[in-house]
Design a binder for this molecule. Sequence first.
Ligand code: XMP
Length: 519
Amino acid sequence: MGKSQHFEKDLILILDFGSQYNQLIARRVREQQVYCRLLPYKTSLEEIKKLGPKGIIMSGGPSSVYEPDAPQCDPAIFSLNIPILGICYGMQLMIKQLGGKIYGSSKREYGKSELTINDACAIFDGIPNCTIVWMSHGDSASELPKGFRQIGNTSNSQHAAVANIGKGLYGFQFHPEVVHSREGNKMIGNFLFSICRCSGDWTMKSFIESSLEKIRIQVGEERVILGLSGGVDSSVAAVLLHEAIGDQLTCVFINNGLLRRDEAEKVNRVFREHFKINLHYADRSDYFLNALEGITDPERKRKVIGEKFIRVFEEEMLKIGDAKFLAQGTLYPDVIESVSAKGGPSATIKSHHNVGGLPDDLKFELVEPLRDLFKDEVRELGRELRMHDDIVMRQPFPGPGLAIRIIGNVTKERLEVLKEADCIVVDEIKKEGLYKEIWQSFAVLLPVKSVGVMGDERTYENTIALRAVTSLDGMTADWVRLPYEVLERISNRIINEVRGVNRVVYDISSKPPSTIEWE
Ligand code: XMP
């Protein structure tokens, strides 16, 4: 495994104290081509030593260091001779654990602040003496530990940036990872390169090289099965695995009848004909549609689809024959043992959406070649593997498919109406060049009929709701201010071209309190 050791040579460890910005810190580090991992703050000293990071970032968090249950890391990390950058809570904890004092400031500081740099040390290399940073804290340092000095201040925060330069320990009261901190990236870069001496050679090319090797070592001569959905993650995983092990990989693609128009044909064409991947295709539309008959409750729909999917998958596997491994397109955000997610909203949302997944007790060993990557890194990887933007830049599509976009009964006829309308939405959004910047744009078929006129005749037909949202991760979302002309074109085309629809409405709700999907 020589190469993979090389690949993780420059590891930066981010200790997670629960800040909402933690994944952002990881993204900022990786954007500068340095590999990093986000681990819980309680990670043991032994584990940290074993990982041998070149630097540690202690994240922010919602607690106050003097709270009885305030999260603490092992203070022995400060004696490891590894550079450490504490951000917000991370800085306060560092100061407290090293013998300084923190007080609950009466002047809380949120939002933009002007940082004055008064010590031209390495972390501020190439940064103007005065710059904008993003603050979000209530506590401040009143007394610094021995060996520390102030290196920057704001009008409300005497110790906005502190350092013990000899020991490579730095603390920022502000958040360099958020875009509003104008020179934040540069400061993180200075920490990575000047202070931790990282080399910045973690590129997608190097990732592919080491992944191919890892996959080959893990799999040996055995066969691997991958459930292909046509979405970005499973598609990129399929192509990467195929590159590593060729015909040892078989992809299983199940058509549940709830896919978008032409989706099944497209997946077959791209994977079988273009990438020459072994593809086992099973059209089980009727089976799923029969099972959904008469079911209107959203959670019931999900449950039925989930259960049937597992059964069908098992049946299809029997046809393929023995395989030792099951590959999955698990991503890094699903793997992170996040402090903030525990019991919080993201944990709940994950389980609710875990439809179309497979149970844990399958007899396979798992291969998860994307489990180190964030979503846009997966997209970059796909491009590097010469995959087309049509796949790599796809908007997310829910596992239960169009079933949760047909409010009420799912029938063949209603599916046809929705498929036609959905196709027009995607087509017009793409023509307008908006597809990539919109998180999701789609049609929903409502169980509402209303009166219209067409020619001289009165109609009594279905309503389509149009939904388009921007989002970073699906957890929160805002509706897109689509130009009137685009709305007009979509509405005209749907009403004229889709039989059975005489009204189109636009959904202008944000999440929260609404959700992205209607069911
Ligand atoms: P909501 O509607 O909860 O959706 O705001 C957030 C994101 O999750 C997707 N979604 C699902 N994905 N199975 C999935 O695989 C599901 O049951 C499911 N429900 C919602 C939704 O499309 C959005 O991206």
